[in-house]
Ligand binder design. Structure first.
Ligand code: OFO
Length: 172
């Protein structure tokens, strides 16, 4: 059993994770339309990770014997980006925003004296450090090379190797 405030907060966050997935899928589609298969692949893996984050949160609510609250998933605020730099600026900004949401949930879980939820959310706290760091690294590289075509080509090749690994595979 969970307090109502936590059921609401975790349901809202599951929705936010699924929205993140949707946003990255829109970015994937944009990269694909530019012929950047590696960037598209990187963003598709990002989409898969966000779906897993949302699903895992949903499963946690169910495991605690509660019913998740469902609401509409917003459409991505953008489907076109003027440059890769602009796109990755949005990735970083988005992840920073999500970090704030996760921190709020950690604080709420603690204030509600729900140690299981506080423990559960720590995985997401750590994940956000990694998410911000990888977005920042890509953004810095894009800025450094000023989107030089050869550098972008090499990045694109490198990003083709990224594969989705279900972070919760052992938890099922
Ligand atoms: Fe769910 O990790 Fe990004 O947002």
């Amino acid at each position: 059993m969970m307090k109502e405030s936590l059921v609401k907060a975790y349901s809202t966050q599951a929705n936010a994770e699924w929205y993140s997935a949707y946003l990255y899928l829109a970015m994937c589609s944009h990269a694909d339309s530019l012929g950047l298969k590696g960037f598209a692949n990187w963003l598709y893996v990002q989409y898969q990770e966000e779906m897993a984050h949302g699903n895992h949160m949903y499963q946690y609510i169910a495991e605690r014997g509660e019913k998740a609250i469902f609401s509409a998933i917003e459409k991505p605020e953008k489907v076109e980006w003027a440059s890769l730099t602009e796109m990755f600026e949005q990735v970083l900004e988005h992840e920073q925003k999500v970090t704030g949401l996760i921190n709020d949930i950690a604080t709420l879980s603690k204030n509600e004296n729900d140690h299981a939820s506080y423990n559960f959310i720590q995985w997401y706290v750590d994940e956000q450090v990694e998410e911000e760091s990888s977005a920042d690294e890509i953004l810095s590289t894009l800025k450094f090379v000023k989107e030089d075509p050869v550098a972008v080509y090499n990045m694109d090749k490198e990003f083709q190797a990224r594969v989705f690994v279900d972070p919760f595979a052992n938890a099922k």
